[in-house]
Design a protein around this ligand. Structure first.
Ligand SMILES: [Ca+2]
Ligand SMILES: [Ca+2]
Ligand SMILES: [Ca+2]
Length: 187
């Protein structure tokens, strides 16, 4: 299921020690794509189970190599409700890759409501993460212009052989100058 968070009443503290990080989106894909969109087909499929986990999206192939044309081999969450402005985000996710050494897995983002993907970061299989095993709570921080409209995309930029990546869960957090702890939880 998807859970969206906001400040204040009923909000759930972030898993981090750092009270400045606030959960924006937590998706485990147990009920399907949740808050993410894919182009279901050859390169994007939903899996009930894989490698002893439940609820995953598998993306594959090299049609995601280019940031402009990469939608077919990716999943995205578009215009995630932020409730307030942020300029610093952190993504924490779990995945299992079956990659060759030069295959890449990328994070793109877009701000301001329209969709103009910016390639923020690509990780290389074997070099930046281990292959053929679960990589849990992989964390990455990134800055954007100050925005209350954020979209994110995870994109497979591999070739067409040994090119599968299974995404089990995704957590997006925003950094705030006002630590979470100052907000009354129950009032
Ligand atoms: Ca899952
Ligand atoms: Ca490959
Ligand atoms: Ca494949």
């Amino acid at each position: 299921m998807t859970e969206f968070y906001s400040f204040g009443r009923g909000a759930v503290p972030p898993p981090s020690d750092d009270a400045n990080w606030v959960n924006i989106l937590v998706e485990d894909f147990d009920d399907g794509y949740g808050s993410f969109n894919g182009a279901p087909g050859y390169d994007v499929i939903y899996k009930n189970t894989a490698f002893d986990r439940n609820g995953l999206i598998r993306i594959q192939d090299g049609r995601g190599t280019n940031v402009t044309t990469g939608d077919k081999s990716s999943i995205s969450a578009v215009n995630i409700p932020l409730h307030t402005f942020h300029s610093k985000f952190r993504i924490i996710f779990s995945f299992y890759a079956i990659f060759d050494a030069d295959d890449r897995f990328c994070l793109d983002y877009s701000v301001g409501g329209g969709i103009t993907w910016i390639e923020q970061k690509c990780w290389r299989g074997h070099e930046d993460f281990p292959n053929n095993m679960w990589v849990d709570d992989f964390q990455y921080e990134f800055w954007t212009s100050n925005t209350d409209k954020l979209s994110i995309r995870l994109r497979c930029a591999a070739d067409s052989n040994f090119d599968d990546i299974y995404i089990d869960k995704v957590n997006l957090q925003g950094w705030t100058n006002t630590p979470f702890s100052v907000f009354p939880l129950f009032n």
